[in-house]
Design a protein around this ligand. Structure first.
Ligand SMILES: [Zn+2]
Ligand SMILES: [Zn+2]
Length: 288
């Protein structure tokens, strides 16, 4: 369950999120209604409140003991588990926000306007140009994280983002179904970030579907990341400062089992490494 542990640690260092949870609004609003089944957000809220009182490291046993209820997808330290668990946790809090909104008098709230969406959500733009009719189509989709490929000669995060936003040729089995041509055609596709999120989550795709093993190479990442080169929107200063990193460590070089540790930065800009219940202060600041 260390994959869940590291995700929860990192989330407790996500300040806009903890600021919201520390208000205790979630559990207070829910108290008005009938007591129902186990709730991730209630559990996480009380965990964050304990952390505020200086209890560190956190012992999220209340959540970990419910992992079996959460879904059969969570395995035993598999590479993708931390990412899946993060998605699960954020989805839970998103639906809790929507539920809270419905209990208020002016209870209308769109998906896009929840606090969770405002913290983690952004928009991707996908532009496709058909090679036959030269017709262009453009789509925007919500994103909660950016998942980048790191295979081939990628060795830095900037290279991975550059590839993520580079023009891709859709051909062969991957051809584009063109509305105008009414057929599958060769096409060019380009992704860009249209709206940068307030808190950016980047996932390095170390685990490739259909392939055994894990991409174990180093990928350098900066403490300050400027998203401007990868954007099509008009966000003036999409500069991010790193505050949390999750690392998967192979056990016996097998990607199907492993261990997770995380690095987090506190309000005094001090970095810590958290390995299960052990916390280490890092002298050399940023873990990159
Ligand atoms: Zn709840
Ligand atoms: Zn076409």
């Amino acid at each position: 369950s260390c994959y869940a542990n590291v995700v929860l640690q990192c989330l407790t260092f996500t300040r806009p999120l903890t600021a919201y949870l520390l208000e205790g609004l979630h559990s207070r609003i829910l108290l008005l209604g009938p007591k129902k089944e186990w709730c991730f957000t209630c559990e996480f809220e009380s965990l964050v409140m304990l952390a505020k009182k200086g209890k560190s490291p956190l012992s999220p046993i209340g959540i970990l003991s419910h992992l079996h209820n959460i879904g059969s997808n969570f395995g035993h330290g598999q590479e993708e588990d931390a990412h899946e668990f993060l998605r699960y946790a954020i989805d839970c809090m998103q639906s809790a926000c929507l539920k809270e909104a419905r209990k208020k008098p002016d209870g209308l709230l769109a998906d896009e306007t929840t606090l969770i969406q405002q913290i983690f959500g952004g928009y991707l733009r996908s532009k496709i140009r058909c090679s036959r009719c030269k017709g262009k189509s453009e789509r925007c989709e919500r994103m909660m994280d950016v998942t980048v490929e790191i295979d081939g000669n990628i060795s830095t995060l900037d290279e991975a983002l550059l590839r993520f936003t580079s023009t891709e040729i859709l051909d062969g089995e991957n051809k584009y179904e063109c509305d105008r041509c009414k057929s599958y055609e060769r096409a060019k596709k380009k992704l860009t970030i249209l709206e940068a999120p307030n808190v950016l989550t980047i996932v390095l795709k170390r685990f490739q579907s259909g392939k055994f093993g894990k991409l174990n190479k180093d990928v350098r990442f900066p403490e300050y990341l400027n998203l401007a080169p990868y954007m099509s929107g008009d966000d003036k200063s999409p500069v991010y400062r790193l505050y949390a990193v999750i690392v998967h460590i192979d056990v016996m070089n097998a990607s199907f089992s492993g261990h997770y540790v995380c690095y987090v930065k506190d309000t005094q800009s001090k970095w810590y490494k958290i390995n299960d219940s052990e916390v280490f202060y890092l002298l050399n600041s940023c873990p990159n």
